[in-house]
Write a protein of this length. Structure first.
Length: 209
């Protein structure tokens, strides 16, 4: 099996081992709401695509990177490689943003297990918000703000995201966006993780943000 893996990898080995940037932080994806590598992806989406807000799907796979370790192309690929990797940028109304977050929350926190569709909360960049998983759909997300100003329901915001599930979706693969961001930065310092304010979960050992 090892020989087979090495043979299949051989044509791509040099490319995958390309060093893109040096990490000064522990980069990982393992929280219910976010992680440090999630934040790197979000920062890349906002910076490269010029967006105010970014969404990244709540995946929890990929190799953790230690402080002082080089981030390689293979690291980026094992964090992002899926068959629907397209990045999209859209003008989205505040009410739609809330609806998206509420919908994902209900997939996770609906009290009826038959309506729980698994996964983790969508990772959010740029925008602050409060989440109360104990509430019902429509009331779990509150206090949405961008740069200290409340998100307005009727106002549009430039939102970058990736992994669209709509049929026929297209766009630049997310790994290309992250690679450009890393090469431009050269050194990734500990990211300021955009953690939501979580309420109603005091003492719950199964909830991590």
């Amino acid at each position: 099996m090892q020989a087979l893996i090495e043979r299949v990898r051989a044509p791509f080995e040099a490319k995958l081992s390309e060093k893109l940037a040096l990490s000064e932080a522990l980069l990982y994806r393992r929280g219910n709401f976010t992680g440090t590598f999630d934040q790197v992806i979000l920062d890349a989406l906002m910076q490269v695509k010029g967006a105010e807000i970014a969404f990244s799907p709540g995946f929890r796979w990929g190799t953790s990177i230690l402080p002082g370790e080089a981030i390689t192309l293979e690291h980026v690929m094992d964090q992002t490689a899926i068959t629907y990797p397209y990045v999209t940028v859209n003008d989205v109304k505040g009410e739609t943003i809330k609806g998206i977050l509420e919908d994902v929350c209900d997939n996770l926190f609906n009290p009826d297990p038959y309506y729980q569709q698994g996964g983790d909360m969508v990772r959010v960049g740029g925008m602050q918000f409060t989440c109360d998983p104990t509430q019902k759909i429509g009331n779990r997300i509150s206090s949405m703000a961008l740069a200290g100003r409340a998100i307005e329901a009727g106002k549009t915001y430039k939102v970058a995201s990736w992994a669209p599930v709509a049929e026929g979706a297209s766009g630049e693969p997310v790994w290309d966006v992250v690679v450009r961001y890393l090469k431009d930065r050269k050194v990734i310092r500990p990211p300021a993780v955009n953690r939501p304010r979580l309420v109603g979960m005091t003492g719950n050992p199964g909830m991590a943000i």
